[in-house]
Design a protein around this ligand. Structure first.
Ligand code: HEM
Length: 297
């Protein structure tokens, strides 16, 4: 079969007119790198609010992180869409999730070491009340990875998805210390994304990555390799990244024991440590002792 007849057969099978489709192919412009990657458009998306050169680093690194979060969601959506993914799908995709998370932890010194201390501590005032706290993709990854109850442990088990969001762990960062009311940062975040979160969590209920992992265990298909890969990812996302992020917050906000207020207004010293949040995606894969010491190993 020639390439031409193969293409004709393919177009016919798609219900297209093969002659017209072949004619269209003739006029396609050759692809080049800059159009394929849309790099020129990409580089118009950085909009510093101050004149400090290092604010540019801050914006670009956040954008890099959001792109990586997006790659993680790309994997999670595929895994969770299958009712019963084969063990091979876990073996392929969970290490990818770990690779992406490791990439973020290993590069975080772009923040810690890569910005001038005084510049950061000046331009950050122009960014308040915005905070990385408002990253929706960070929360969506959690919603895909684990049952909502694990992110809202104080919610009664029978509560609805929407009610559980009233107990979600991140509420602890959004309470104004003096008035007991929600901070502007949290209110804005909820106005923009809460409906989307409720919608996603409802759609994914019983089909989160944790549910799929529990299914593997119940079916006796959880082998050592898959278990180790899932534990590694859980630890990287819920301990390693939060710890390098917290160290950075300490570097800039607590260098001389000053305990500066964060742009999002949380009691960040307490809130950010994994020991307090105890976010664990796959509780069935950890011993009671490991869960009790979460964040300390
Ligand atoms: C100099 C760099 C950074 C500092 C000093 C810093 C500091 C903080 C602080 C203090 C909080 C607590 C919320 C608040 O009160 O604002 C927070 C939350 C958060 N930040 Fe950052 N951050 C930095 C960089 C980043 C980057 C690059 C990302 C990537 C998207 C990020 C993502 C987050 C997320 C997801 C939260 C919420 C964490 C949670 O709820 O457990 N941060 N950050």
């Amino acid at each position: 079969m020639t390439i031409q007849s193969e293409l004709e057969a393919q177009f016919s099978a798609q219900g297209l007119n093969p002659q017209m489709a072949m004619e269209g192919l003739k006029h396609l412009k050759p692809i080049n790198y800059w159009e394929y990657t849309a790099v020129d458009s990409l580089l118009t998306l950085q909009k510093p609010r101050t004149h400090f050169p290092d604010e540019y680093i801050f914006i670009v690194y956040h954008q890099i992180t959001e792109l990586v979060f997006n790659l993680m969601l790309h994997e999670l959506k595929q895994l969770c869409a299958e009712t019963t993914p084969p063990v091979e799908a876990f073996k392929e995709k969970i290490p990818r999730l770990s690779n992406y998370t490791r990439m973020l932890s290993n590069s975080f010194n772009v923040m810690t070491k890569g910005m001038n201390y005084d510049q950061y501590n000046t331009f950050r005032h122009s960014l308040s009340p915005a905070s990385g706290f408002q990253s929706a993709q960070y929360r969506l990854i959690e919603i895909y990875c684990t049952q909502l109850q694990n992110l809202a442990r104080t919610a009664p088990a029978e509560s609805s998805v929407a009610e559980k969001f009233g107990h979600i762990y991140w509420q602890h960062a959004g309470l104004d210390r003096t008035t007991g009311k929600k901070t502007f940062t949290l209110r804005q975040f909820e106005e923009k994304y809460l409906n989307k979160f409720i919608e996603t969590a409802s759609a994914i209920e019983l089909n989160t990555l944790e549910d799929k992992i529990n299914q593997l265990i119940a079916n006796g298909q959880m082998d050592d390799e898959t278990k180790a890969a899932a534990r590694e990812f859980d630890h990287l996302y819920n301990v390693s990244w939060p710890l390098v992020h917290l160290e950075t917050a300490q570097h800039y906000l607590n260098a001389k024991g000053e305990n500066k207020a964060a742009t999002g207004g949380s009691e960040w010293q307490k809130y950010l440590h994994p020991r307090y949040q105890k976010r664990i995606f796959f509780p069935a894969l950890w011993t009671e002792e490991e869960k009790n010491n979460w964040g300390d190993f």
